[in-house]
Ligand binder design. Structure first.
Ligand SMILES: [Zn+2]
Ligand SMILES: [Zn+2]
Length: 342
């Protein structure tokens, strides 16, 4: 089969390699589409350490092509979304139900071969059968949507509350929609002014460009009090974290802040006002049980995905796909291993 094989930092090429064979309890998937996210780019550059060679790709969907022994829930031809992380099942964190925090977690496309390939072998339990009505484009957003469903739930939103989303990439624009599904009015703050128009189309009650507009004034205007009830930070950059936690009156006294963009760089933040105002800051790490809810939201049409899927590339052009992911006009870039090269 053809697969994108990473043999070292930035040494990524499409090669013919032996097709994986599904072990006991596993299925073989014919990959229909794989999304690119910041983690994939960090793996590509070597900032995120992995063992080489590696077939990366963790956001993907496929069709069951063959069954390993002992598989009884899936059938050949089923269309599935892959849940690409699972805990070891044998540690205290896993016993607590916190497999997302397990130190021996397995991540597909990082610890084992992933979806930038024509075929991938996955445990049956990592595969969610697609609700029939979902298109491939909708299904492809299940994984980032599950991240967002958890992040929003960690902020305990209530209908009628005001919320702010920092960052207007895939996670931010999904968080906007999930908060709206919870009945919140949402302010979107983005460094990229051109995303604000899209945020409006997707239902933001207010938008403001980070650095240009007055986000604190916008938060006060939307909430009618001294900041919004809830903030979901999705960008993970130092600037976004410093903005989110460093501005008095962006989140109200007693409000909640959820950080879900992974902050790879240190941020300089004064914590005085967090204490003085009893602001509750929570991390949110991928997902525990949120895949089902993500699929349900997609199935009931609560999430618009078309404007988020901005670029598609055949597998042979994975290098161009990764570089496009970095461009400001790209939101979600998809690789289609079934598509012929242009
Ligand atoms: Zn990802
Ligand atoms: Zn564990």
């Amino acid at each position: 089969m053809r697969a994108a094989v990473l043999r070292g930092p930035r040494a990524l090429g499409v090669e013919s390699i032996e097709a994986p064979r599904p072990g006991p309890g596993e299925v073989l998937l014919r990959v229909r589409a794989a999304g690119i996210c910041g983690t994939d780019y960090r793996i590509f550059t070597g900032e995120r350490a992995v063992e080489y060679p590696l077939v990366p790709g963790h956001e993907f969907i496929g069709e069951v092509a063959a069954l390993g022994t002992g598989v009884d829930r899936l059938a050949v031809g089923d269309r599935v979304a892959v849940e690409p992380n699972w805990g070891c099942g044998a540690c205290d964190l896993c016993f607590d139900g916190s497999g997302n925090l397990c130190l021996a977690r397995t991540a597909v496309g990082i610890d084992r071969a992933g979806g930038f390939a024509e075929l991938a072998a996955l445990p049956e339990r990592a595969c969610w059968v697609a609700p029939r009505a979902l298109t491939d484009d909708q299904l492809l957003l299940t994984e980032p949507l599950a991240v967002v469903v958890r992040a929003v739930a960690r902020g305990a939103p209530r209908a009628g509350e005001s919320a702010a989303v920092v960052g207007a990439g895939t996670l931010g624009l999904l968080a906007l929609q999930v908060l709206r599904a919870h009945g919140c009015r949402v302010l979107v703050v983005s460094r990229t002014a051109r995303r604000l128009e899209l945020a409006r189309i997707l239902g933001a009650a207010a938008v403001v460009a980070l650095g240009a507009g007055d986000a604190v004034a916008a938060a006060r205007a939307l909430s009618g009090r001294d900041g919004v009830d809830l903030v979901v930070e999705t960008a993970g950059t130092a600037a976004a974290i410093e903005f989110t936690l460093g501005h008095v009156g962006f989140v109200r006294p007693g409000g909640r802040v959820v950080l879900t963009g992974l902050p790879h760089e240190p941020a300089a933040v004064s914590l005085f006002w967090l204490v003085r105002r009893e602001i509750d800051v929570r991390g949110s790490m991928i997902y525990q049980q949120e895949f089902g809810e993500a699929l349900a939201l997609l199935a009931r049409g609560a999430i618009e995905v078309a404007p988020l899927l901005t670029h598609r590339f055949p597998l042979a052009e994975i290098g161009a796909a990764l570089e496009t992911h970095r461009r400001p006009e790209a939101i979600k870039v998809a690789v289609l291993p079934g598509a012929a090269s242009a």
